[in-house]
Design a protein around this ligand. Structure first.
Ligand SMILES: Cc1ncc(COP(=O)(O)O)c(C=O)c1O
Length: 445
């Protein structure tokens, strides 16, 4: 008699033999069989070979409802006709020239019109570059090196973004870098104030996601972002919002929702219409540092910066992302989160979601979730349950991040959201006897 974990894993293995073989082949040339840490999960990830609308298809021909959307970048799902059309028209004119390009101006105008904190911007190729260059802009502007960031935050893969408060965990990141990084828990204004009181003359900027998505979606407490703005002003440091993910929540990003305007904003994902993209922007006095005609400007080059195909698809992406579409997918996110919460309650398992608009995160705990420590606490107590729930959902044709992250694209329908909730409910019921035997604390009274 197989255990419940064995049954779930066996079902996944039965469904994905071609992915298993491809994973073995991949491991010879790609360490671990992949080129992106976040897409790995055990026993091996299914290889996706086709995306169309809200559907992904794997190498074995299984179809999935995509509730991950390339970690939020595909806000219009896969192969959206308007984006395809824009990109292919541009491609037939050649995609990239070593000159300024008209499409860059058009997309920059669209973003500057929408996002309150962005009067000028520069394009780059990823959110990683966007946060790296926003930090460089802040350092050059203030002539200080320190950056205050939040524990557990994700801002991409450059050294400063990847550095944590734990030197042991930071393989490959120079120790010296840590001297310039200050950490505070998210949602703790006192901690920020204490650091600024002691070190303001060393600190260039506070860097944070206004709602940490990879950090488990703890919502900013009332007054928190306003308080950070006030502290930044009082101590004369810059405020950088990483809106690489949260830009999708409103036409003007989360800064528009919160009514808090940062000095610099890092962007990416949805502004590239599915292609590799990043942008960083802010007030003209900060951004003018990049003007190449200016003596002592900050050099910023990149062979593919502002690639016209990306720009064309990005313009189409933002044109399709009207206020009403944003409201619609945010409401579907509300429904998905509420449905998952009801499923936990109905199954009698301790768990809940946090969510903001179209972004949803599953937790294996209840109670208030205010920062990344609260998030980790839930995962620590759940052992292999997040992993098994993810596989159980894949076995039911629902695609999400292994860490329990879901998001909604504009091609997802009400009935698909209901299907995901039903499948979540079934997956929890499948797991329940295992939860009861191995994690009795997670059985609700
Ligand atoms: C908040 C945030 N910042 C930065 C990045 C890095 O973006 P990219 O993966 O395009 O380098 C990500 C990626 O997921 C992100 O979620």
């Amino acid at each position: 008699m197989k255990t419940i974990p064995e049954q779930i894993i066996q079902r996944f293995l039965q469904r994905t033999p071609k992915s298993q073989a491809m994973n073995l082949r991949a491991q010879r040339v790609l360490p671990g069989g992949n080129t992106r840490t976040g897409v790995h999960y055990a026993p091996y990830p299914a290889f996706m070979v086709e995306g169309s609308g809200a559907q992904l298809t794997d190498l074995d021909g299984n179809h999935y409802l995509d509730l991950l959307n390339n970690f939020t970048s595909l806000v219009h799902g896969h192969a959206h006709p308007a984006l395809l059309d824009a990109a292919s028209k541009q491609l037939s004119n050649g995609g990239v020239y070593a000159s300024p390009m008209v499409k860059q101006v058009e997309l920059a105008e669209l973003i500057c019109d929408r996002v309150p904190g962005v009067s000028q911007l520069r394009f780059c190729n990823s959110g990683t570059e966007a946060t790296m260059l926003a930090v460089r802009a802040a350092r050059a502007f203030t002539r200080r090196s320190g950056i205050l960031k939040m524990h557990g935050a994700y801002h991409g893969s450059h050294d400063l973004a990847a550095a944590t408060a734990d030197p042991e965990a930071d393989c490959g990141i120079p120790d010296g870098l840590r001297q310039n990084i200050f950490f505070a828990p998210f949602n703790d204004l006192d901690a920020v104030e204490n650091i600024l009181a002691a070190h303001a003359n060393e600190i260039a900027a506070i860097l944070l996601e206004p709602v940490p998505n990879a950090g488990g979606i703890p919502l900013p407490r009332a007054g928190y972002l306003q308080g950070l703005r006030a502290l930044a002003d009082r101590y004369n440091v810059l405020l950088i919002f990483d809106e690489v993910v949260t830009l999708r929540l409103n036409e003007g990003g989360y800064q528009k929702i919160a009514g808090v305007t940062p000095d610099l904003t890092a962007m990416g994902k949805i502004i590239g219409g599915g292609f590799a993209v990043g942008a960083f922007g802010g007030t003209a006095d900060i951004m003018t540092q990049f003007d190449p005609a200016r003596p002592g400007h900050i050099p910023h080059s990149g062979t593919f910066n502002g690639h016209s195909v990306t720009m064309a698809a990005g313009i189409a992406s933002l044109a399709e992302l009207s206020r009403s579409e944003i409201n619609r997918i945010n409401a579907l996110g509300d429904r998905l989160a509420a449905g998952f919460d009801e499923a936990f309650a109905e199954a009698g398992i301790v768990g809940k979601t946090t969510h903001v608009g179209s972004l949803v995160q599953v937790h294996w705990r209840t109670g208030e979730i205010t920062n990344m420590e609260d998030v980790s606490d839930g995962f620590r107590g759940a052992g292999d349950l997040p992993y098994l729930l993810h596989l159980a959902m894949l076995n039911r044709d629902i695609y999400s991040a292994a860490r329990g992250e879901y998001n909604i694209s504009t091609v997802i329908t009400d009935s698909q959201v209901e299907r995901a909730i039903t499948n979540f409910n079934e997956s929890l019921h499948e797991l329940k006897p295992y939860v009861a035997a191995q994690f009795p604390a997670l059985i609700a009274d």
